[in-house]
Each structure stands twice: as C-alpha cells, then as structure tokens.
Ligand binder design. Structure first.
Ligand SMILES: CC(=O)N[C@H]1[C@@H](OP(=O)(O)OP(=O)(O)OC[C@H]2O[C@@H](n3ccc(=O)[nH]c3=O)[C@H](O)[C@@H]2O)O[C@H](CO)[C@@H](O)[C@@H]1O
Ligand SMILES: C=C(OP(=O)(O)O)C(=O)O
Length: 418
C-alpha cells in the first residue's frame, strides 16, 4: 500500500494552482443525467472520487468523452440503467446524488443506501423526505432506496436541518418537475451555487442559490450545456494552513477568495497577513509561530467542517490553547489520536476538543482515517522534527489532486512510496 513520507522543517514559499472543487464537481457530474444533450464540464480535478462517479455514470449508460486537460463531455441520452449499486455507493457517498436526477428524468431510481462512514452516521432521510414532497413514491428495501414518480410536481420543501446533499438532490429533481418548487432552509454552500449555475446553463430556471430560499421553476427538458467547476475552497484552505504552520509565504492562484471568508478570518486571527487580488490569495506568516484559534464548525457561511482537522493541526503547534467544536459530524476527531502520536496535546470530550499548543511535534508513523484527517497529518508532518510516514493515503487521493507535487513545488520535503 502506498504511503506518504514528509520530512518536517521547510517553510513553504511560492505559488500553487488550485484545482476544481471535489464537492462541486461530484453533484455536477450527476446533474448531467438530467440533460437530453451533451454537457461539457471544465476544471474537473483528477481525483479518485471523480473516477468513481464516472464509473457509476458509465454503468448507468452515460457516455463519457475526455476532451484533454481537465475537460469532459457527458451524454446521458444513452442511459439504460437506473440502479446505483452498493459496490460503488459504499466507496463514495456522493453516489447518492444520482437519486434526484434519475427520478426526475426517468421516473425511476434504485440507489443503494450509503450507510455510515468513518466520520459519522450520515443519514439520507432529508433527501428522501424532500423527494417525497415533490411527489415521489419511495421505499427503502433490502438496503436500497427505490423511488418512482410518473412526473414530479413542484412543491414547498422545508429542510429540518441544513443539508448540502439533500439540497443538491432536491434541487436537481425540482429542475425537471412540473411547476415551481421552493426550497426553504436550503444549504448556502458555494458548491450549491455552482450546481445551480450549471443547471441554469443546461436550461433550468433556478433562483436564490446561495441563500436559504431557492426557487426552482421546473422546465420540460434540460438541453445540456457547458460549465467550469468552482475552485476548491478546502484545497485552498489546506495550502494556506500549510503556509501558516511553516511560517512561509504562499500564493494560491485560480482560487475564489469570496468562498473562504471564515477560513481567512481565522488565519488572520492566527497571525497571518492575507491579501486577495482577483483569483489570487497571498498568505504571509513571516516566520512567526501561529497563535491558537478557537473553531466552531457550522454550515456555510460559518467555519466549514472540512477545514476542522487542518486547523486542529495548526493549533497543535500554536502559541496558546484552542477549543474546537465539531457540530456537523459526531465522529470527526479521528485525527486526534494520530496527532497525539506526533506529540500533540489534545483532550476530547464528545464533540469538543481542547488543544494546548506545543513548541515542537516529532515525526512518527501515523495512519489516515478519512480525507481531511489525512490532510491534517501531512500538515503536522511538515512541521514535525524528522520523518512522518502516513499510511492509508487512498483517502487523500479521493479529494486532493497531486498534493505531494503541489506541496513539493512549494519546497516541502514530501514523497510517495510503495
Ligand atoms: C452542512 C455541512 O457542513 N455539510 C457538509 C457535509 O455535507 P453532506 O452533504 O455530506 O452532509 P449534510 O450537509 O447533508 O449533513 C449535515 C448534517 O445533516 C445531517 N443530515 C443530513 C442528511 C439527512 O438526510 N439527514 C440528516 O440528518 C447530517 O448527519 C449532518 O449532521 O459533508 C461534506 C463533506 O464533509 C461537507 O463538504 C459539507 O459542508
Ligand atoms: C468528507 C468529505 O467528503 P465526502 O462527503 O465525500 O465523504 C470531505 O469532502 O471532506
């Protein structure tokens, strides 16, 4: 099995190009199922999760053409199956996002229940309730969500909790429903705005994405179109934290500073100087040690759960004591035990962690447990004395494009072995 070896101590300097966002591209690839013409998607990152999604879409019958670089064309005119099997859904939860599109376009979908994952139980009841509100008949049977509808009807859907995935599934389904749907308490994440922009480029009529109230006027058909995927705000944040932890100066290019307000504010609080200019974000730490920063994760525009592990790593070597509250997932502290192996001082009580910054971490073999946990271990390795070897890095390849090349380009001593 492959591993990543990081030798700590080098401050990061230079420019890094940000890739398209994993959490935007996956729903957008699924949205191509709604169109009766080709959908061209640009700025597609080369990630394992993208390959899994394309495999799933391929099994459903979607034609996939690679146009070179980061561009793909999907054609859902040849769809012959409406079944998303367990083997694919269990490896990637985003597979559940084919449910709304299959149902809306073909009146029929069978999608394996994704089940829990390392970071929490991750139910899909809100996806199901939202689609039922649009008139779908849904049964959960033998581990599958079986959904049918001769024609979905627009409706008012009020989500009990803010859910990114449920908002996406219902938004995609509502695009082809008859009449108007109003989604209340919708997720406001930038990835929802990007999905809505892609749907509108395909002929949908979606308004209000990015606010808690999305209005979708259903259309007869979506004709395909072209869209370029939003830059990855979590990848951007991860590189900015790497620069801050190592006392370096890094410019993230092809980024979207407007999607990163909460993260940038916390980095400033940690003592970094930040400057954004168009699609470039510069972080300068000028050799200083970061100051501890308290974090509470919550839906956008608050601090993202997908940056919690990285800020935990920063707090491990910061001056002072930080408190971290994880309010989205019940089990998203699995990096803690591994960070402690590197010499961190962290106490966990339920979904609350207290991190006392230490002057120096020391390299050790550690094991990645999920995607952002993997990133936090690399960050810790960048500042630990000696070598840190990170096992189970397949998690990392799900969501970071060429991370070792990108960090290496900034001066990090990092290599993949095995
Ligand atoms: C609000 C939020 O920060 N969502 C994050 C969540 O999106 P993802 O779409 O995976 O998860 P949701 O946004 O749906 O989950 C938010 C909360 O709602 C609950 N829930 C969700 C669906 C449902 O049917 N029933 C239910 O109870 C979840 O258990 C969770 O506590 O994980 C992604 C991957 O880490 C992140 O990119 C998203 O930012
Ligand atoms: C946990 C993540 O992704 P997923 O929802 O695909 O597991 C993530 O992006 O941090």
């Amino acid at each position: 099995m492959q591993k990543i070896v990081v030798t700590g101590g080098a401050p990061l300097h230079g420019e890094v190009r940000i890739s398209g966002a994993k959490n935007a591209v996956l729903p957008i690839l699924c949205a191509a199922l709604l169109a009766d013409g080709p959908v061209t998607i640009d700025n597609v990152p080369d990630l394992h999760d993208v390959k899994t999604t394309l495999k799933l879409l391929g099994e459903l019958g979607v034609g996939v053409e690679r146009n070179g670089g980061s561009k793909l064309t999907l054609d859902a005119r040849s769809v012959h199956s409406h079944v998303a099997p367990y083997e694919l859904v269990k490896t990637m939860r985003a597979s559940v996002l084919v449910l709304g599109p299959l149902l809306a376009r073909f009146g029929d979908a069978e999608v394996s229940l994704p089940g829990g994952c390392a970071i929490g139980s991750r139910p899909v009841d809100l996806h199901i309730k939202g689609l039922q509100a649009l008139g779908a008949e849904i049964n959960v049977d033998h581990g599958f969500i079986k959904a049918k509808a001769s024609k979905l009807r627009g409706a008012r859907v009020v989500f009990d909790t803010v859910s990114v995935g449920a908002t996406e599934n219902v938004l995609m389904a509502a695009a082809l429903a008859s009449g108007t749907s109003v989604l209340e308490n919708a997720a406001m994440e930038p990835e929802i705005v990007d999905l809505a922009a892609c749907l509108n480029a395909m002929g949908a009529d979606v308004e209000g994405a990015g606010s808690p109230r999305i209005v979708v006027r259903g259309v007869e058909r979506l004709h395909g179109g072209a869209h370029s995927v939003l830059p990855d705000r979590i990848e951007t944040g991860t590189f900015l934290v790497a620069a801050a932890m190592t006392g370096g100066r890094v410019v993230a290019t092809h980024a979207r500073p407007d999607t990163l307000h909460a993260v940038m504010a916390k980095l400033e609080e940690a003592g970094a100087t930040l400057d954004s200019d168009g699609d470039r974000i510069t972080l300068d730490m000028a050799g200083k040690r970061p100051k501890a920063v308290n974090i509470v994760t919550a839906p956008h525009p608050a601090f993202p759960t997908d940056m919690q592990a990285q800020f935990m790593a920063l707090n491990c070597i910061a001056e002072g004591t930080a408190s971290i509250d994880e309010t989205i997932f019940e089990n998203r502290f699995m990096h803690v035990q591994e960070l402690i192996r590197l010499g961190a001082d962290i106490r966990v009580d339920g979904n609350h962690a207290t991190v006392h910054g230490v002057a120096q971490l020391s390299g050790a073999p550690v094991m990645a447990t999920d995607l952002r946990a993997s990133a936090s271990l690399i960050l810790a390795g960048l500042v630990a004395e000696g070598e840190t070897t990170i096992d189970r890095i397949y998690h990392l390849d799900r969501g970071y494009e060429n991370i070792e090349q990108k960090l290496g380009g900034l001066g990090a001593k990092i290599r993949r072995i095995g």
